[in-house]
Design a binder for this molecule. Structure first.
Ligand code: 6GU
Length: 233
């Protein structure tokens, strides 16, 4: 999978070189490319923002640097492909495990995180001719910029790309895989500071362990996420 990240803070994405996502890049499963948006600005000061049309607080990202940066990405895409352009914004559709699975099946994702009050709306309209454009949020709260959301989205999506996670079984067991939260987990020692690993987990009875885990998943989901529970029942 190819991933392009365009930002005035490309260093923000250094975190993606760590851990599983970093390993997947070394292994050639992921081709992550970072771009400095200011490299596509026209003036000496590398300006990328300007006051909002109609007035009001803050600044808006100018369209031209974004168009030039996106055109540069397009010029290096695989022949005949139509990349997906993800615009992180609190006013987009909310990322979920099923949306992450959908994006993980795409060959080429491009992320355009804005700063300030956002990107001139015409960029998305123009981009429709070249990309599948999606506006995506990571939840109902506001961040200062889209970069942290991009790190979250890339981590959620990239781990679902075949081969990125060595033990694919962990993907079917984790929270949200089946609309439930994950059950609690324990390790050695069986008695730690007077707190005990549940007896059933030491029984060696796989059917009982599996029933117990299912029950804990359901209890936890009902208690902490009644919205998820209602959607599934
Ligand atoms: Cl994707 N961007 C920003 N700026 N704030 C957010 C968000 C994205 N998702 C939730 N809050």
């Amino acid at each position: 999978m190819r991933i392009d990240l365009i930002s005035i803070f490309p260093e923000f994405f250094d975190a993606l070189d760590l851990s599983l996502i970093g390993r997947a890049q070394e292994d050639g499963l992921l081709d992550v490319r970072r771009h400095q948006l200011r490299d596509y600005a026209a003036d000496r000061h590398r300006t990328v923002d300007s006051p909002p049309a109609g007035g009001g607080a803050g600044m808006v990202m100018k369209p031209e640097p974004w168009a030039l940066a996106l055109e540069s990405v397009l010029s290096s895409r695989a022949a005949g492909t139509r990349p997906t352009l993800i615009i992180p914004t609190p006013s987009g559709e909310v990322l979920s495990q099923s949306l992450a699975h959908e994006f993980a099946a795409h060959e080429h994702l491009v992320f355009a995180p804005g700063r300030f009050e956002g990107i001139d709306e015409r960029v998305a309209a123009w981009a429709e001719d070249h990309f599948e454009v999606r506006r995506v949020s990571i939840g109902d709260y506001v961040l200062n910029g889209g970069e942290a959301a991009v790190v979250v989205m890339v981590e959620a999506i990239a781990r679902l790309v075949p081969g990125v996670i060595g033990n694919a079984e962990s993907l079917t067991e984790e929270s949200h895989a089946d609309g439930l939260l994950e059950y609690p987990v324990y390790t050695k020692p069986a008695d730690w500071r007077g707190l005990h690993v549940p007896e059933v987990l030491l029984s060696g009875d796989h059917a009982r362990v599996s029933d117990w885990r299912r029950q804990k998943s359901e209890e936890r989901t009902q208690r902490l996420r009644p919205d998820l529970w209602a959607r599934r029942a």
